[in-house]
Design a protein around this ligand. Sequence first.
Ligand code: SAH
Length: 385
Amino acid sequence: MPRVRCPIGTLRSRAGKQVVFVVRHTVAELNLAELDRAQLEEALAARGHERFHARQIFGWVYRHGVVDPDQMTNLSRDLRATLTSEFSIATPAIAERHRSTDGTEKFLLRLADGQQIESVFIPDTPAMTFCVSTQVGCAMACAFCLTGKMGLVRNLTAGEIVGQVRVLAQALDLLDKPFNIVLMGMGEPLHNYDETMKALKILADDHGLALPPRRVTLSTVGLLPALERLAREPLMPNLAVSLHAPTDAQRGQLVPLNKKYGVAEIIAACKRFPVRKRSRITFEYVMLAGVNDSPEDARRLARLLSGVKSKVNLIPLNAAAGIPFERPSDPAINQFAKILADRGLIVSVRKSRGRDIRAACGQLIVEGQRRSPAQTLAINLGQVG
Ligand code: SAH
């Protein structure tokens, strides 16, 4: 009887019959989307390939939006085979895409484990801007924010944060054009610090998208230890701080985290923050009728920000069912802005974009996935959706 050749082996059974082992051998695939270039170089070297190929692969994935190794035509057949058999690259899938009358587009993206997030494209502000999520849901539970009602479902990985940029840039044909990124989608970026910073590193890579950190704005509710850590980062994004009120009494009602890190501490940290030349910290201020929009609030805010390299971005509330606040009148908003401007502050009023598709600030919420208790409660109360 001819011997069957098999890389795994053959065996003779007691009855003398030859039995061929069929062993399913699974090589753990490395998700290339989660690797910064140094890590990819390591992974290639460990498999006997030259490190410099990492640059070519970054170019394909991030500059050209090519994720199929067979289309990476300047790589050897051998390397393409390695990429096919030992690597994968997870890319968020577009589950839904909605276009607002003002050109804003909201993308509902499905991740590998079925969780969903939202990312928003805001054109002509004057730049092209992608508003990107850093978490599924959010733990911060700000009183006026719909995402806060979901609770935190999980952190996004660096690959998932960057994946949103890859998907949007490709879908909008912007891969080779300049764009800005604001980390103002779902989640609190400083509550997912390491993955967010790794995402910025991947985005900034010269051989990939080469997105300079000055094109990125990180918006935080003020997680103080993480803010101090951010101040020492080599890759420094622009900073936006969600302040929303000039006193602890008011802010504590709106931002639960304020009970831990109060207004004075946040402002002191901002004063120490190494702000780039010709740059300023943006203070976001959601305007809520009768809560934080009085002339006295404006005067307090101006006093608070004196000595801070700041600009104030007033965000009239995007009202939604389940949000127990109202948007102030336009004259009230203008009066507030004028008081700040008269005291030498740089003020802008954020134009609300994409409200008709619920893509505006604080309106990002994904339903129909595993819900946190807070989210379930909100939905049962008929407050959401
Ligand atoms: N967690 C981060 C980033 C996400 S939210 C942060 O708090 O900064 C981006 C901005 O939208 C924040 O300033 C947030 O306070 C604001 N926002 C949340 N809900 C809003 C709503 N309903 N109307 C207007 N702005 C809102």
